[in-house]
Each structure stands twice: as structure tokens, then as C-alpha cells.
Ligand binder design. Structure first.
Ligand code: TXA
Ligand code: MG
Length: 327
């Protein structure tokens, strides 16, 4: 059932959203990673609206979403056999490629940088929307800049309560964590943002891949260390520190625990799964739930694992726990 701005994805609602995009509007678009806030990639005024809606710094470029590799090629220069192999292996899917830009990628999309990011999402509704619009779509994650990303249509509406753009309901995102961003413009391919396409999977195609240490990357322009952050102060703690930290708290705290954890009132626990796929899928909903609880502090139980998808999860958790800059 469609309620207000949230539209059940049907041929009609997708056509309606496609016309809205062609006229320069914004649409909340489900993808397999997180929900995006979409606009026509070739309409600079529409793209500027995205920066305004998110309060996104003007220097932080957007990802161009396409339904086919040929569409991506038109926004890039130097699409070679290696790019084609990456697209053949990982697209449609959660891998974003950064390449030199062509004239089709505007300064607003690339934030004035000489490169452009492209990806082909694996969600049926996103693909149908790109096809129906017959344009490539820019789509940053559908959240206020620096805040927790959205993995349901309701999250998108809660991030933009004042705006009336429609949101296509594609259900809860299957992966729950943003795409891997791979920069192909340097001497060696380098991961700028870890995601569901892991370093191990990439190395099968790119033996000379570079993967920076978590917390030391940040080579993506316009990004700040603090990101994906709840409004409530949030800190990472090891499982063994939780009891002592709670004992020190004079006001209610919320523990984002891995598996069940008994905590005594006024503190509460929000339980997260110990399986990486399930943890990633629930990551942003869990952070939102903790943010909305009565806790004045969120204690995130640090996952002790670092391989595969845990790398991307730990990257997001570390950034969510960076304190805001004092005014
Ligand atoms: O999974 C995703 O990638 C989601 C869904 C909606 O597709 N989108 C997303 O977009 O996460 P956004 O804007 O929230 O994050 C894009 C990231 C940012 O870190 C940005 O700096 C980086 O990609 N990026 C975009 N263009 C770039 C470029 N030309 N060079 C380097 N990094 C770039
Ligand atoms: Mg984002």
C-alpha cells in the first residue's frame, strides 16, 4: 500500500517518478546497499537541489548510477579492458569505480574534480527507474550530510521531513552498507571506501590493489572523518569494557551489543547479529534505534573481527564514533 510520499513500486509509480526526475525533481530510490536521493545526472539545477537538501559540502562529489556499462563509459575517459572486467565481474552490484571524467560529467556532479564515480546498482527498482527515466542518475545516500544512512523508505522520509519528493519503497536494503569505492586514476587501484565488494574479491581481478588501513583512508574528496553518526554521543568499546562503562554512567545509556546482553536499568541494549551480512543489513537501523532510545550515550560493542565485510562495518562504526567538531 502506498502511504503519502512512500510509493509501492509499480509500473505506474516508477513511470511517475521517472517523469518527476525528467522535470528536474528528486526521488528517494532504493538500492541494494542503502537508499539514494536521485536526480538526473545531466541536470545541474536538479543536482544542486541534492546538495541543498542534504546540506552536503560543495566539494563532495556524487556517484553517477547507470543501468549498463556503456552508459558509464559515456561519463568517463579511458574505459579500458580492466574497467570492463570489473564491470563484468561486479556489476550490477555494490562497486563504484572512480575514473577520469568526460565532458558529460558536470562540475556540479564531480564537485569540480577531474574524476567521476560510476556504479550500476543491483536493485530491480533502481534499475527500472534508470531505464524508465532513460538517464543516468546521481544518488548520494538519502540522509542529511554526515548522519546515519537510510535502509528503509521510512528512514528517507524521516531524514527529509520538510521536502515532498516521492520515495519508492524497495523494502529493507539487502546489504545495508554503502558500495565499495575503488579509485582507478592512480598508479595502483586503491580502495577509498570499503564496502560489500571485499578486497579479497577485488584482488582476483586487480592483483596490485592497495587497501589503506581503516581510519587512515579518507582520500575521497569532501569527506570528513565523522560520518554515519547518530545525534547522541557514540563511543566504541570492547565487550569487556561495557560493564565498567555502564557503572560510570549517571544517566541512561544504550548498548549496541553483539548478540544478547543483559543490562540493568536505566540502561538498555539494542541487539545486533554476530553474522557480518546480518550485522551490515541492520547497522543503520540499529544505530537509529539506539539514537531514538532514552540513552544519553551510545556504547557500541566493537566487533572483534576485521576480515571481509567486518572491515567495512568497522570503518562505518569508527566514523560514527568520531566526535563532532566543537563550534
Ligand atoms: O552504495 C552507495 O554507493 C550509495 C547508493 C545510494 O548507491 N551511494 C552513496 O553515495 O553512498 P554518497 O554520496 O553518500 O557517497 C559517495 C562516496 C563519497 O565518499 C564521495 O566522496 C565518493 O563516493 N566519491 C564520489 N565521487 C568521487 C570521485 N570523483 N572521487 C573520489 N571519491 C568520490
Ligand atoms: Mg553517504
Amino acid at each position: 500500500m502506498s502511504t503519502g510520499r512512500i510509493l509501492e513500486p509499480t509500473t505506474e509509480s516508477i513511470e511517475h517518478c521517472a517523469r518527476h526526475l525528467q522535470r528536474g525533481g528528486l526521488v528517494g530510490m532504493p538500492t541494494e546497499t542503502v537508499y539514494g536521493l536521485a536526480a538526473d545526472a545531466c541536470d545541474d539545477d536538479a543536482v544542486r537541489q541534492i546538495y541543498r537538501a542534504k546540506s552536503r559540502p560543495a566539494g563532495n562529489p556524487l556517484i553517477v548510477h547507470v543501468s549498463r556499462p556503456e552508459q558509464a563509459q559515456r561519463f568517463t575517459e579511458g574505459w579500458d579492458a580492466q574497467c570492463q572486467r570489473l564491470a563484468d565481474t561486479f556489476w550490477p552490484g555494490p562497486l563504484t569505480l572512480v575514473l577520469p571524467r568526460s565532458g558529460r560529467a558536470s562540475d556540479v556532479v564531480t564537485a569540480g574534480h577531474p574524476t567521476v564515480a560510476v556504479r550500476s546498482p543491483a536493485h530491480d527498482v533502481a534499475r527500472a527507474l534508470i531505464e524508465a527515466t532513460d538517464r543516468a542518475l546521481v544518488a548520494p545516500s538519502a540522509n542529511q550530510s554526515g548522519h546515519v544512512s537510510s535502509t528503509t523508505a521510512a528512514h528517507v522520509v524521516s531524514e527529509f521531513p520538510e521536502l515532498a519528493f516521492p520515495v519508492l519503497d524497495g523494502g529493507m536494503c539487502a546489504l545495508g552498507i554503502e558500495s565499495t569505492v575503488l579509485d582507478l586514476t592512480g598508479e595502483h587501484p586503491i580502495v577509498l571506501r570499503p564496502g560489500a565488494v571485499t578486497a579479497r574479491a577485488l584482488r582476483n581481478v586487480l592483483p596490485d590493489l592497495e587497501v589503506p588501513v581503516i581510519g587512515e583512508q579518507g582520500a575521497s574528496p569532501g569527506t570528513s572523518p565523522r560520518h554515519y553518526a547518530p545525534n547522541t554521543p557514540t563511543v566504541l568499546v570492547t565487550a569487556s569494557q561495557i560493564e565498567d562503562r555502564l557503572a560510570e554512567c549517571t544517566t541512561p545509556a544504550t548498548v549496541l551489543s553483539i548478540g544478547p546482553r543483559k543490562v540493568t536499568g536505566p540502561h538498555v541494549a539494542v541487539e545486533m547479529p554476530d553474522d557480518p551480512d546480518a550485522y551490515a543489513r541492520r547497522l543503520y537501523a540499529g544505530l537509529r534505534e539506539a539514537d531514538e532510545s532514552d540513552g544519553m550515550l551510545i556504547l557500541v560493542e566493537s566487533p572483534p573481527w576485521t576480515d571481509g565485510l567486518w572491515r567495512a562495518i568497522n570503518d562505518r562504526l569508527q566514523r560514527a564514533c568520531v566526535p563532532p567538531l566543537s563550534p
